[in-house]
Design a protein around this ligand. Structure first.
Ligand SMILES: Cc1cc2nc3c(=O)[nH]c(=O)nc-3n(C[C@H](O)[C@H](O)[C@H](O)COP(=O)(O)OP(=O)(O)OC[C@H]3O[C@@H](n4cnc5c(N)ncnc54)[C@H](O)[C@@H]3O)c2cc1C
Length: 492
């Protein structure tokens, strides 16, 4: 019997994971990717001896990625070289305090004392986080739950209170941690999904456990080596990847999709999996009407980002591999980005200096920096200009120079910068979002769209716009769950 043809739109990590998982289940799988290389937001820029991760730079929960290899009888370590980092992050505050994050209790206790936090409170917060993680992981993550009905069936009504549903993420942090420094640090775990700690539900505090229990990992040579490792696996298991192949239409007949058009050519399919986000795919490929599209409004995009890469002719010894430079008023920062939707006057900045632990990513004696403040997604009714974004860039550089990177501008020998418009153009993400759908207790309670189309049962979605949402491990898990859903639907 011929195996069924699955076509995946997009070679982001979610698309790759779905393609690999479906090929492992016996489907014939092809991917169409509009760009010149696989990986989607997992992207790289090499220039003048510098290697920059243009997208993700922190790998968490690597065992989820590892399953893609194990299910083909292989070991991830033969494909992707990873190692844990110490410290996890370095946090810089405007008052001059510096705090490192360590998963080792004794080291973390010493860091907490630096800002006057009782280490016992950190321990209690991490226990709270671990309980939330175990709860969320058992069903929402690992079972791939999508709907309120799925939740009721898996968790039962009695378990709902354990999700701490009446608090925000910040409310959960504040219950345990008393110093503004520690509150800011643990609030900012929300950066993994590009949302606001003041608006995300408390169960998002599960994210601290992702890092404290399962560690924080680096991929030697840069994170794009994940994509190169997956490329080898794709080749070995016979998944066909068409690059430079933009999908412009998904054809449908009644309640079924029948195939798609890429580069002007029709490709029939039994099943389509879209790694293009839900809203742009329904709008641009399926041309759904306004009434249908309005039903998707609650899946508002996560934040976007200003992605700035700087090659330096020197090194700043005070930096760790991962650094957070905090806003003086983080609550206001969140409010400005996620409610007022304006560029923040004083953003919290994520700064990666991979050259601190990997000498291959910069010339000797030099640092390569990736700098990422979170900023609002694109408002098409009132778009910002490149000059607006460049003004923000100058504010970011001012803040970094003020907070210890002395004469930073004078040491820049290479610069590259992407605005939300560039991000949208590159990945076709909804309004330049970098993590898919926002996690907001009032808009969607942190639920994303379901993985199976509500309109066309043989159309599935994978990636940051569907459950469980953005971030590398989550979209890889999503791809594995999509394969389970496809098989279950196909066999019934
Ligand atoms: C700057 C930045 C920093 C980040 N940092 C981290 C981090 O440190 N850790 C972490 O875990 N996550 C991080 N993330 C988030 C993480 O990168 C994403 O959640 C994840 O990679 C998204 O994967 P995805 O499967 O949703 O698809 P995407 O990566 O969005 O890929 C979608 C693919 O589909 C293609 N496509 C879209 N439409 C079409 C079409 N019509 N035809 C053909 N192809 C199409 C696109 O070109 C793209 O290749 C970061 C993201 C960014 C941008």
């Amino acid at each position: 019997m011929r195996s069924k043809q699955v076509i995946v739109i997009g070679a982001g990590l979610g698309g790759l994971s779905a393609a690999i998982s479906l090929a492992q289940r016996g489907y014939s799988v092809a991917i169409h990717e509009k760009n010149a290389k696989i990986g989607g937001k997992l992207n790289v820029l090499k220039e003048g001896g510098y290697t920059f991760d243009l997208g993700p730079s922190i790998l968490t929960l690597p065992h989820i990625l590892g399953r893609l290899f194990e299910r083909s009888g292989k070991h991830m370590s033969d494909y992707i070289p990873i190692r844990p980092l110490r410290p996890h992050w370095r946090n810089f505050f405007e008052d001059g305090k510096v705090v490192d994050l360590y998963p080792e209790a004794d080291l973390m206790a010493a860091e907490a004392r630096k800002v006057g936090e009782d280490p016992a409170r950190v321990v209690r917060f991490l226990k709270y986080s671990a309980d939330l993680f175990d709860l969320v992981n058992a069903g929402y993550f690992e079972q791939g739950l999508d709907t309120a009905k799925d939740f009721r069936r898996f968790y039962g009504l009695a378990n709902f209170l354990r999700f701490d549903l009446f608090r925000s993420m910040h409310g959960g942090v504040k219950r345990f941690l008393k110093t503004p420094h520690m509150q800011d640090i643990f609030d900012y775990f929300i950066k993994y999904v590009g949302s606001s700690a003041y608006h995300a539900p408390a169960f998002m505090n599960c994210m601290a456990t992702i890092q404290f229990r399962y560690d924080l990992w680096y991929v030697d040579g840069g994170l794009y080596n994940i994509a190169l490792g997956l490329q080898r696996l794709l080749d070995e298991i016979g998944v066909v990847v068409h690059l430079h192949s933009e999908v412009t239409e998904v054809r449908k007949q009644g309640a079924r999709v029948t195939g798609l058009v890429a580069n002007g050519e029709f490709h029939p399919a039994d099943i389509i999996v879209s790694n293009m986000e839900v809203i742009p795919a329904y709008e641009k490929l399926l041309l759904e009407d306004d009434a249908f599209m309005r039903g998707l409004d609650r899946f508002e995009p996560s934040c976007s980002g200003l992605v700035l890469e700087l090659g330096l002719d020197c090194q700043y010894p005070q930096l760790a591999h991962h650094n957070f430079i905090f806003s003086r008023h983080q609550r206001e920062h969140f409010h400005t980005v996620f409610r007022k939707r304006q560029l923040p006057p004083d953003p919290t900045i994520y700064l990666v200096a991979a050259s601190k632990t990997d000498p291959t990513v910069a010339p000797p004696g030099c640092d390569c920096l990736k700098i990422l403040p979170h900023i609002p997604y694109i408002d098409d009714a009132h778009p910002l200009s490149r000059d607006d974004y460049m003004a923000l860039k100058e504010r970011v550089l001012d803040k970094l120079e003020r907070m210890g990177l002395k004469d930073l501008r004078r040491h820049v020998v290479f610069e590259h910068c992407w605005t939300p418009q560039d991000i949208r153009e590159q990945y076709y993400s909804n309004k330049g979002s970098i993590y898919g759908v926002v996690s907001d207790r009032f808009k969607n309670l942190a639920f994303k769209a379901p993985k199976q189309s509500t309109k066309y049962p043989n159309l599935f979605f994978v990636g940051g716009s569907v459950n469980p949402g953005g971030g590398m491990p989550m979209v890889v898990l999503c791809g594995q769950n999509v394969a389970n859903n496809v098989v279950a639907w196909d066999q019934c």
